[in-house]
Design a protein around this ligand. Structure first.
Ligand SMILES: NC(=O)c1ccc[n+]([C@@H]2O[C@H](COP(=O)([O-])OP(=O)(O)OC[C@H]3O[C@@H](n4cnc5c(N)ncnc54)[C@H](O)[C@@H]3O)[C@@H](O)[C@H]2O)c1
Length: 262
């Protein structure tokens, strides 16, 4: 059977992909549209059956498992269940993340712990599980972390979030070097403004005027689409990304560069 799809025969796992509006779901859809079988993960189990239907409607195999990425035992179970369901894991999009808006002097211990647990520890735990599985099965692999434009520019009311995202630079760099002998590439994408549920409580976006001001701050004058985030992961995951490791790709309509230059 001939196919022009770039990921036919590959199996992908995407964390934080339960919410239909989420970047993770956009990544899962884009991978499936290129022929990959996809395992969806989310901390919430109520979204999982609709996520599997969304994947299977694209003509590939789908499965979904609940797990909190910040819990090593749950991540170990997720990978075991995923391999049992679909046989192997070639691509991991470590995407789950959370944000809290607080000035530095107002940071609560609960929010500090939550962001460090999910955004920092969670990515480390998922990347370790991914690397171990890919090395054990052989044949290389692809790991793509979702960091943020906030890995490279600074917003005053998200200091902890920004720090956890900036931390993906040394993590991705060190992993890219350590895993290169196994032909496993490691990269991260930096979304700018995406109108997922994550941003619904954002203080600056509670009015039409606030949303318009956000839009005007983006040189391309619009929010990014979840599928646009997904197609960047496809690039890294496909043969197009064979020689690309340890890199960061901003997907922000120019937001980051305008912050630097205007
Ligand atoms: N939306 C944006 O503008 C934006 C911009 C830059 C970066 N990002 C990053 O993109 C990623 C996805 O963000 P989003 O906008 O889709 O967020 P979202 O809140 O819309 O979706 C995140 C999904 O992850 C799940 N999740 C949360 N904690 C989890 C955990 N511990 N384990 C497993 N799943 C968990 C949620 O239930 C949800 O389905 C995050 O890492 C976020 O920091 C988002």
């Amino acid at each position: 059977m001939s196919t022009n799809k770039r990921l036919t025969g590959k199996v992908a796992l995407v964390t934080g992909a339960g919410d239909p509006r989420s970047i993770g779901r956009g990544i899962a859809r884009a991978l499936a549209d290129e022929g990959a079988d996809v395992i969806v993960n989310d901390i919430r189990s109520d979204w999982l059956s609709s996520a599997v239907k969304d994947i299977q409607a694209r003509g590939v195999r789908g499965a979904a498992f609940a797990a909190d990425v910040s819990k090593p035992d749950q991540v170990a179970a997720l990978f075991a269940d995923a391999v049992a369901a679909l046989g192997r894991i070639d691509i991991v999009a470590s995407n789950a993340g959370i944000i809290r808006w607080e000035k530095f002097l107002d940071i609560t211990p609960e929010n500090l712990r939550a962001m460090v647990d999910v955004n920092l520890k969670g990515n480390i735990i998922v990347c370790r599980a991914a690397a171990k599985q890919m090395i054990a099965q052989g044949g290389g692999g692809r790991i793509v972390i979702t960091s943020s434009v906030q890995a490279s520019i600074h917003f005053p009311i998200t200091p902890v979030y920004g720090a956890t995202k900036r931390a993906m630079f040394p993590l991705v760099g060190a992993l890219a070097i350590e895993l290169a002998p196994h032909n496993i590439t490691v990269n991260h994408i930096g979304p700018g403004w995406v109108q997922s549920a994550l941003n619904d409580p954002e203080p600056g976006q509670q009015t039409e005027e606030g949303i318009e001001a956000t839009r005007q701050s983006v040189p391309l004058k619009r929010a990014g689409l979840i599928e646009e985030m997904g197609r960047a992961v496809v690039y890294y995951a496909s043969a197009d990304g064979d020689y690309v490791t340890g890199t960061y790709l901003r997907l922000d309509g120019g937001l980051g560069i305008s912050k630097y230059t205007l």
